[in-house]
Design a protein around this ligand. Sequence first.
Ligand SMILES: [Zn+2]
Length: 164
Amino acid sequence: MGQTILVSGEIAEDLTYYYATSEQTPSSVALGVLMNKDNTVRQAGGFIIQLMPGASEEIITKLEMKLGEIQSVTSLMDVGNTPEMILEHILGEFGLEIGEKIPTSFYCNCTKERVEKAIISIGREEISQMIADGKPIEVNCHFCGKNYEFTVAELEDMLAKATH
Ligand SMILES: [Zn+2]
């Protein structure tokens, strides 16, 4: 997993930008969340459509027209459209085939090793400072809030691995 600058703060726009720059894949990303008055989530969903290499101008033009016509994903979901129906709506005329369905769930793939790599990447100077402080450090994962602790000895190992 790489890191990229969040440009707009809107996840859909940022993903579009990410795919265009980091992966060089033209993509259309639509995401939406609709809240209830009591602040619970009423609907949440979205889609990412990516062009296969070699997609023709004709297909691109048609797809752009179709994407320009559709309502927001939240309104599509709110009137009872399933993800399959939304895809059919956008891609039906292109010969849509549903290849695989995967249930979604929130999970974080952080591990102590990944956090360690992140610390190593911040560089020798910062790590040396932490070692000089002489105390174990605690690092919280920004995504899931999980807490990782590193001892001074572990920090010294990381310092040895840091390249800059
Ligand atoms: Zn995490």
